[in-house]
Design a protein around this ligand. Structure first.
Ligand code: HEC
Length: 150
């Protein structure tokens, strides 16, 4: 039993100090996770977009719910861009890992715009939703142009 105590301690310490990457067993799992997060985010962003462009009648409740989900999802993909996740079934460009400061700037800008969209949708004002939707869309595009393969 005396031998086991230090081992248990070591395990406890390891799990406390585990980096974000340890959330994923394998790099492939991280790639799958971030793609799934983008897919869900894009679906809800699209619902807001349909209303912003007038293709679908404006329903303030649906817009607010979807915008809130976009805001939540906007926090998720980034921890899944850890070391070793630049390979495999991914369209992520190597520049993500060589331009970490610029990448992080793009992430922060996008998250700030997603937060504004959610706030705008809560007001129920369609014009505010349109403006905020456009700004979010631009930050999606800016990042894809720089960091995602065609
Ligand atoms: C800071 C950068 C960045 C921002 C901001 C961003 N994306 Fe992406 N997106 C990526 C990268 C990189 C990939 C490629 C991920 C991969 O293949 O591993 C991606 C992939 C995707 C995919 C494809 C997922 C799949 O299944 O392959 C969709 C859809 C998507 N993004 C939609 C969006 C939408 C919509 C927004 C804005 C609301 C957005 N993204 C904002 C970087 C970004």
């Amino acid at each position: 039993m005396k031998i086991l105590a230090p081992l248990a301690m070591a395990i406890a310490i390891t799990s406390l100090s585990a980096p974000a990457m340890a959330q994923f067993q394998k790099p492939e799992d991280a790639v799958k996770y971030r793609k799934a997060a983008f897919t869900v985010m894009a679906s809800h962003f699209g619902r807001v977009g349909a209303m912003a462009s007038g293709r679908v009648p404006f329903d303030p409740k649906v817009a607010a719910d979807s915008a809130a989900l976009v805001e939540t999802m906007s926090k998720l993909p980034w921890e899944a861009f850890g070391p070793g996740t630049d390979k495999g079934d991914t369209r992520a460009l190597p520049a993500i890992w060589t331009e970490q400061a610029k990448w992080k700037e793009g992430v922060d800008k996008f998250q700030a715009e997603a937060t504004k969209l959610s706030a705008a949708a809560k007001t129920g004002n369609l014009d505010a939703v349109k403006t905020a939707f456009g700004a979010v869309g631009q930050s999606c595009k800016a990042c894809h142009d720089a960091y995602r393969k065609e």
